[in-house]
Write a protein that binds this ligand. Structure first.
Ligand code: ATP
Length: 347
């Protein structure tokens, strides 16, 4: 089912928590609103669910207006499934009871069959008789997802569903949740402040800042072609170094000319901050570009090095961890950029 949000605005005491938010999610797509704490993600989700009333704009599902000028469909009539951060399972019902709770409209056989189907979908078929307090956090969150999916909602909303789980469980569960949503063909919208989670689950991600959407795009494009400096900073690692534009495909910097298509056009001669991602920098012992190692962080397959250029500007480099270079030592680098991300230098 297609979800369309147009100009959604919600203010509290004159402050706009959500300010003119517009995006569309196609049927079967998984979207994500990503942004720092307080940017308005949860408020947007609550408006879509119907727990909160927008002050302006319109929300529609499959062409039906759920909220808009003169229209408000109450939450229980929106056919939306919710998965919350704190699972919100019924403690006095077992897993099977929790999942079949929303299926009371069906006859017994159909209800049992559907509950079994969604429990198998989330890999919990074996635990149907357990109670919530006999389950791990990750298992409880799977039950919450199965419960939300069981009545075949037109849209599933997930509000920071993994934030109370530890990192290892989060990673695995994020992949499993995506697989389950895709197998169901569900249209879903997640909110999170964790970009790894957004990358692991969503087809489309909207980066929010102070109630506004900065970019609604694929994870790849957010990373490689950020529309704003905020998105460039918020999504992925990297550092900006100063330079000036020397043509359509060339920026002069202290590392020499850097070549590649500029993702946003800038006038020749413009002073820019050029974004260098850790994967744009390759260690090359023979290179005349010498840097000093300020810091390093072991990430298993790679080290993330913080390097100082001769001017003192810093860049990050992601380097296979076969070689272990000392902090304080020198490292030769060269750049391998395919496209250039630069923003006009702020005064
Ligand atoms: P977090 O990740 O911390 O949950 P968020 O991006 O989900 O943040 P919201 O919860 O949507 O942000 O809040 C956005 C802004 O609106 C914040 O400044 C918050 O203080 C404010 N706000 C949210 N709900 C209310 C409310 N009921 N009354 C007054 N202000 C509110």
């Amino acid at each position: 089912m297609r979800l369309e949000v147009e100009g959604l605005t919600r203010a509290y005491g004159g402050q706009r928590a959500v300010d003119g938010l517009s995006f569309a999610l196609e049927a079967g797509e998984i979207g994500c609103l990503l942004g720092p704490s307080g940017c308005g993600k949860t408020t947007a989700l609550r408006c879509i669910a119907g727990f909160d009333r927008p002050d302006g704009g319109q929300i529609s599902a499959a062409g039906e207006v759920l909220a808009g000028p003169g229209a408000f469909v109450p939450p229980e009539r929106r056919r939306i499934g919710m998965v919350f951060q704190d699972y919100a399972l019924f403690p006095h019902l077992d897993v099977f009871g929790n999942v079949s709770f929303g299926l009371r409209g069906l006859d017994r056989a159909a209800r049992d069959a559907r509950a079994r189907e969604v429990l198998d979908l989330v890999g919990l078929g074996e635990l149907a008789g357990r109670y919530p307090d006999e389950l791990s956090g990750g298992q409880q969150q799977r039950v919450a997802l199965a419960r939300a999916l069981a009545p075949r909602p037109r849209l599933v909303l997930l509000d920071e569903p993994f934030s109370s789980l530890d990192t290892e469980v989060r990673r695995r569960l994020a992949g499993d949740v995506r697989a389950a949503l895709k197998r169901e063909g569900a249209t879903a919208l997640l909110v999170t402040h964790d970009q790894q989670e957004a990358f692991a689950i969503a087809d489309r991600i909207g980066v929010m800042r102070a109630g506004r959407l900065e970019q609604w795009d694929s994870a790849w494009r957010l990373y490689h072609s950020p529309a704003t400096r905020f998105v460039a900073d918020f999504v992925g690692d990297g550092a900006f170094i100063p330079g000036h534009v020397e043509g359509e495909r060339r920026v002069a910097t202290e590392l020499g000319p850097v070549e590649g298509e500029l993702t946003t056009p800038l006038a020749s001669g413009a002073r820019v901050d050029l974004l260098l991602r850790p994967d744009d920098i390759v260690v090359d012992a023979g290179s005349p570009l010498r840097t000093r190692i300020l810091d390093k962080c072991f990430r298993g397959a790679q080290f993330m090095y913080t390097l100082a250029l001769p001017s003192g500007e810093r860049v990050l480099a992601l380097v296979p961890s076969h070689e272990d270079h000392e902090v304080g030592g020198e490292l030769g680098i060269r750049l391998e950029t395919r496209h250039l991300v630069g923003f006009a230098r702020e005064a």
